[in-house]
Write a protein that binds this ligand. Structure first.
Ligand SMILES: Cc1ncc(COP(=O)(O)O)c(C=O)c1O
Length: 389
């Protein structure tokens, strides 16, 4: 067997790869599996965005390396600037403060390569999006888990981070509205985060791909709304979840020009940017399809209510956080997250994500995604109710 890189040995198998294997195996056995495990919207991308892609794909000029290479087309960056101004009241310079990305996940990786040195400690939350750990490890960094607990609204208690760790840390990943808990940040938390980052010289990578997926009157927030945020870090964002474009791979990093320049340099030496027609489609989405987000929120709101009611009938009652299209559901007493996940799979052919897949503090929870059709979700909830009765 050929020897591949040691750096990969530290990286646990990617959660969804394992899940897909499990689902495919059961399907091959003829079982009608319903997966509520993955956050990948089932509805198609809006027609007008697809039309824009098709028109632009017919232009041979767009078959060449993307314009402005690693940074993204200026027109795309200008549109992102307009979006941030309109949606969040945040002013951005398209020249130095915006970088087009092949999805926010790519940004996590390039943040580490561009801003962290081998051996640097990087803070991330537990539970947290698993790709942060992989990016940190691939870049030779040391992840440090900061617990986020229900009693604190799933926000990290920055004062509880040991001072020696905070002093050692050079970077921090944060993500609200949060995958997996659905929790949202507050303006007050952002202020504390900026102070903390300044005090310990930490570069913040704030990942905001669910920034518009909000319920019950929750305020739409960008980290860059906080005073001084641009001095300490960047925000990653994405068109994946807002316009059902997960497969298109388009997102953006915005904020601190030094960080943007570093990430651009990594991109310049890795890929040559996003296919121009996809960038044109992205511009079209941001410019003309903002209303589509309201439509999605209605769908997720309806499904969220359906799941909460069904779980309530089975005695699983909890206060749902106000963001993302995930529900972070407490498991019934006496079962671990894995045991309950296996129970749902064996008894009801329902796949959910065990909370522990996101870190040790995910014990006691499962994550349910609302990104399947209403009919399938209803069927899934019927099966779960039956299994629990
Ligand atoms: C917190 C978080 N960040 C980033 C991503 C990846 O987003 P993108 O499709 O923009 O790469 C996801 C996808 O599930 C996510 O949950």
């Amino acid at each position: 067997m050929l020897q591949t890189a040691d750096r990969l040995k530290k990286i646990p198998p990617y959660l969804f790869v394992e899940l897909r294997k499990k689902i495919n195996k059961a399907k091959a056995e003829g079982i009608d599996v319903i997966s509520l495990a993955i956050g990948d919207p089932v509805e198609p991308t809006p027609d007008s965005i697809i039309d824009e892609l098709c028109v632009r794909a017919r232009d041979p000029e767009n078959h060449r390396y993307p314009t402005d290479e690693e940074k993204g087309m200026l027109a795309f960056r200008q549109e992102v600037a307009r979006w941030y101004n309109t949606r969040f009241g945040v002013a951005l310079d398209p020249g130095s403060e915006i970088l087009g990305l092949i999805g926010s996940k790519e940004g996590c990786h390039h943040f580490i390569l561009g801003c962290m040195n081998v051996g640097d400690t990087v803070l991330m939350t537990d539970p947290g999006y698993p790709a942060y750990r992989s990016s940190i490890l691939m870049g030779g960094g040391e992840p440090y888990n900061v617990p986020i607990l229900e009693k604190n609204g799933y926000l990290p208690v920055l004062e509880d981070i040991p001072t020696d760790i905070a002093k050692k840390a050079r970077g921090m990943f944060l993500n609200y509205p949060n995958n997996p808990t659905g929790a949202c940040a507050t303006r007050e938390f952002f202020n504390r985060l900026v102070d903390f980052a300044k005090q310990f010289d930490i570069i913040v990578c704030y990942d905001n791909p669910y920034g518009e997926v909000l319920f019950d009157g929750q305020e739409r927030l960008s980290f860059l709304m906080a005073k001084g945020a641009k001095e300490v870090g960047v925000e990653l964002n994405s068109l994946s979840k807002l316009f059902n474009m997960t497969g298109w791979r388009i997102g953006m990093a915005v904020g601190n020009p030094d960080v943007i320049a570093a990430m651009s340099k990594v991109k310049e030496n890795t890929d040559s940017g996003i296919f121009n027609p996809i960038q044109y489609a992205g511009i079209h989405a941001l410019k003309h399809e903002a209303k589509y987000i309201d439509h999605l929120l209605q769908i997720y709101g309806r499904r969220r209510k359906m799941v909460l009611e069904a779980l309530g009938r089975s005695g699983i009652v909890f206060e749902p956080p106000k963001g993302t299209f995930y529900l972070w559901v407490p498991v019934p007493k006496g079962k671990t997250a894995i045991e309950f996940t296996n129970f749902l799979f064996d008894k009801a052919a329902i796949v959910v994500a065990a909370g522990t897949a996101y870190g040790q503090y995910g014990e006691g929870y499962i994550r349910i995604s609302l990104t399947v059709t209403d009919d399938r979700l209803k069927e899934a909830m019927n099966r779960i109710e039956k299994a629990l009765s």
